[in-house]
Design a protein around this ligand. Structure first.
Ligand SMILES: *Cc1c(COP(=O)(O)O)cnc(C)c1O
Length: 393
């Protein structure tokens, strides 16, 4: 029996041909393909500006620097996220302040934000976890009232949508101040590695472009095309956070496929919801009426009488790969020191989501028959579970 994976990127000859074209052009790093990918991505999400970078972690770093986060500041976010979210805050020598996620969902609980704000709070990073949009109207209302910028960690949310003032809009317009995307193979579209920053603020966009290339005053394309000799200068310390033209060429092909990718992902998610609707103890992800997920991951709560590791092993024995629920950064050794972060109130829902949920296989190439194999294996595994779940107190 062949193993059903959790995820699989959608790549074929079209991407190969795009990379081939770039390689043979002789211009392989940040250049015309990156510029074209940025324009096409900005059009797709409806943003005024889009700036490509090496990955979403570096995008988050630049976003935090752009809104002025420096040493000693605090940034409110969730522990329940891939560790890159919190790490980017620490790159700025600032302190991540972790608030809990909602009880029925995997996103920041807007009700907890206000109490976590202190005079040192310089930004809020909300995470559109597994592609499900955060409640942006509530988050932005609080942030605006308190004068705090909002950065959206949209790593998983390319193509997700939100009902905003009566209209459906793409995540990344952005609804906060800056949105950061990832093109890692585990996300819905990929460039191998890659990231994108979108904003309406031209000043932020100018900073991203400067900092991603060592703060060099003249970029390579301008210098290359100039009839005059130009000396560049370096007014401040920047980074090498560039995307290559080979990656951007792949990204442009992926963007063309995105509507199809999302349509199939939504079909599979709906199929899971129907098939698992009556599976005792399984809690399905909730899509609020104002959100449309891209279903980057389909993460379900497992029955209380099931131990996560045993449950995942039972599934694996039946040929079904899964992953545990989204990690909690504050539980990792890199966050053991008291100086590394602050936890604002209880993070019980975050810990329970890590230990009490599993990510099911969902990828475009997955057949309806494979999906039924997964749901059958889930029913078997529920019946065969012998150990109780380890819950947070
Ligand atoms: C994947 C991911 C990141 C990191 O993205 P990279 O492109 O791999 O740097 C950050 N935040 C979240 C929520 C993610 O899922």
């Amino acid at each position: 029996m062949s193993q059903i994976p959790v995820a699989k990127p959608v790549l074929d000859e079209r991407e190969v041909e795009a990379v081939r074209r770039v390689i043979l052009s002789g211009w392989v790093t940040q250049g015309p393909e990156v510029a074209a990918f940025e324009r096409e991505f900005a059009d797709f999400v409806g943003a005024a500006h889009a700036c490509a970078v090496s990955n979403c972690t570096t995008a988050l770093h630049l976003a935090l620097l752009a809104v002025g986060v420096t040493a000693g500041d605090e940034v409110i976010t969730v522990s329940h996220s891939f560790i890159a979210t919190a790490n980017a805050i620490r790159y700025c020598n600032a302190t991540p302040v972790f608030v809990d996620i909602e009880e029925h969902g995997f996103n920041i609980d807007p009700d907890l934000i206000e109490a976590a704000i202190t005079p040192r709070t310089k930004a809020i990073i909300c995470v559109h976890q597994v592609g499900m949009p955060c409640d942006m109207s509530r988050i932005v209302e609080i942030a605006d009232r308190r004068g705090i910028p909002v950065i959206e960690d949209a790593a998983c949310a390319t193509g997700s949508e939100i009902l905003w003032k009566g209209r459906w809009e793409k995540i990344g317009k952005p609804h906060g101040d800056i949105a950061c995307f990832s093109f890692h193979p585990r996300k819905v579209v990929t460039t191998g590695d890659g990231g994108m920053l979108t904003t309406s603020n031209p000043d932020y966009d100018r900073k991203f472009r400067l900092w991603r290339q060592h703060s060099m005053s003249v970029n390579d394309t301008v210098r290359h095309g100039s009839k005059q000799v130009i000396y560049e200068s370096y007014p401040e310390v920047g980074f090498n956070y560039r995307m290559t033209d080979m990656q951007a060429a792949v990204g442009r092909e992926q963007l063309k496929r995105l509507p199809e990718i999302i349509a199939r992902r939504r079909e599979l998610a709906a199929h899971y919801a129907t098939e698992l609707g009556d599976a005792v103890g399984i809690s399905l992800p909730v899509e609020p009426h104002w959100a449309r997920s891209n279903w980057q991951s389909f993460c379900v709560g497992i029955p209380d009488h099931c131990d996560q590791q045993e449950f995942m092993q039972l599934l694996l024995d039946r040929g079904v790969s899964t992953r545990r629920g989204i990690m909690n950064s504050h539980l990792e050794p890199a966050y053991h020191g008291a100086e590394t972060h602050r936890v604002a109130g209880s993070v019980k829902n975050s810990v329970d989501a890590q230990n009490g949920s599993v990510v099911l296989p969902l990828f475009v190439q997955m057949s309806d028959r494979e999906l039924l194999e997964v749901t059958a294996a889930i029913r078997d595994s529920i019946a065969l579970s012998t150990r109780a779940i380890a819950k947070a107190g």
